[in-house]
Design a protein around this ligand. Structure first.
Ligand SMILES: Cc1cc2nc3c(=O)[nH]c(=O)nc-3n(C[C@H](O)[C@H](O)[C@H](O)COP(=O)(O)O)c2cc1C
Length: 108
C-alpha cells in the first residue's frame, strides 16, 4: 500500500463561527504543503461541516492526516475508507475550495 495511489475522505465539525475564514487559511497552508508532498484534493463546507477528499500515496496521506486529525479548528472527524485508485480526479489542485454541488460530482 505505501506507494500506491490512494483516495481518502472525511467529514468534520468546524469549531467556532469563523470557519469561513478558517477554510481560507487552511486552503492556503494545505495547497503549499500538499504540493510539496504530491497530494491533490478538494474541500467544501456541506451542511455546516467540512468535507475533504485527498489523493496521493498512502504514506504522504497518513502524514497529512496526522496533522489534520489534531487540528483544533475542527472536531468529531468521521473518516471514510482509504481506497486504491488508478488515476487522480483533481488535476493540479493541491487543495481547492469547491461548493457542495461540485463536491457531489466527486462522490463515487
Ligand atoms: C478541515 C481541515 C483540512 C485541512 N487540510 C489540510 C491539507 O489538505 N493539507 C495540509 O497540509 N494541511 C491541512 N490542514 C491543516 C493541518 O491541520 C495543519 O495545520 C498544517 O498541515 C500544518 O501542519 P503542522 O502544524 O503539523 O506543521 C487542514 C486543517 C483542517 C482543519
Amino acid at each position: 500500500m505505501p506507494y500506491d495511489l490512494c483516495r481518502f475522505s472525511y467529514f468534520s465539525t468546524p469549531v467556532g463561527i469563523n470557519f469561513e475564514q478558517d477554510i481560507a487559511d487552511i486552503v492556503a497552508v494545505a495547497s503549499k504543503r500538499n504540493l510539496e508532498l504530491g497530494l491533490t484534493g478538494v474541500i467544501a463546507i456541506e451542511n455546516g461541516r467540512f468535507h475533504q477528499i485527498l489523493e496521493g500515496n498512502f504514506e504522504d496521506l497518513q502524514t497529512v492526516m496526522n496533522s489534520i486529525a489534531f487540528d483544533k479548528r475542527h472536531h468529531s472527524l468521521l473518516f471514510g475508507v482509504v481506497r486504491k485508485i488508478s488515476r487522480r480526479s483533481f488535476g493540479n489542485w493541491s487543495m481547492h475550495l469547491v461548493n457542495s454541488k461540485q463536491m457531489a460530482q466527486y462522490q463515487e
